[in-house]
Design a protein around this ligand. Structure first.
Ligand code: SF4
Length: 208
């Protein structure tokens, strides 16, 4: 049986892939476009790895080559927030590495009982896909199964995490056009969270 690719190197950064699940179906998602990244192995996990499997896989990594682990899977990493926090605590305890999460910011809809403040002291940075300047456009892009409330939930996640995590950013890709990027800038400024405008790369959506 082929080993599961939980940790992988892409352009010199270390990524962690802990789930196939996601409540969205974004038009530009790597899941539609290409099943491969990095070394051309599929990131599709043959099962959702346990925390022990994640920790064992991390033990196989030459961690000395990296200073940060980015949870950014083939699916949405915050689909498994408790497992993510436990694995991140292990990595931090063992190596002192920084921990980043690239997320859609919908954890409070996916898992309403998850305590956002359990990220404190474990997660160093969070990159949240803003995607659009209003709930309707957001839903058009993400097709979130939670519908229109998704947008405000994502913004609330950004506001709350920004209050206690050192580095929290919203991101948009530049393909949405200059006018929409400008509106996104205003939206991010409204809630006081920095915005990063990223160049769109077809099979590389969240991997930076
Ligand atoms: S939230 Fe991320 S993983 Fe989920 S469909 Fe959108 S781009 Fe893909």
């Amino acid at each position: 049986m082929k080993a599961m690719k939980i940790f992988y190197d892409l352009n010199g950064a270390l990524y962690a892939n802990i789930t196939n699940k996601c409540p969205c179906n974004c038009t530009f998602c790597i899941r539609h476009n290409d099943e491969t990244v990095g070394e051309n192995d599929s990131l599709w996990l043959e099962h959702e790895p346990t925390v022990e499997e994640i920790m064992d896989a991390f033990d196989e990594v030459d961690a000395s080559k990296y200073d940060e682990v980015v949870f950014c899977g083939f699916g949405e990493p915050m689909e498994r927030p408790w497992e993510l926090i436990e694995a991140a605590e292990y990595i931090k305890r063992r190596t002192g590495m920084k921990i980043r999460i690239n997320t859609n910011g919908l954890v409070s809809l996916m898992h309403p009982t998850f305590d956002l403040y359990s990220m404190r002291g474990v997660i160093d940075s969070v990159s949240i896909s803003l995607n659009a300047s209003d709930p309707e456009k957001y839903l058009e892009i993400t097709k979130s199964r939670f519908g229109l409330p998704s947008y405000n939930s994502m913004l609330n996640f950004a506001i709350i995490t920004h209050s206690f995590i050192p580095d929290v950013k919203l991101t948009v890709v530049d393909v949405i056009g200059e006018e929409e990027v400008e509106k996104c800038r205003r939206r991010a400024a409204d809630i006081g969270v920095p915005l990063r405008v990223r160049a769109y790369i077809s099979n590389n959506r969240e991997y930076d």
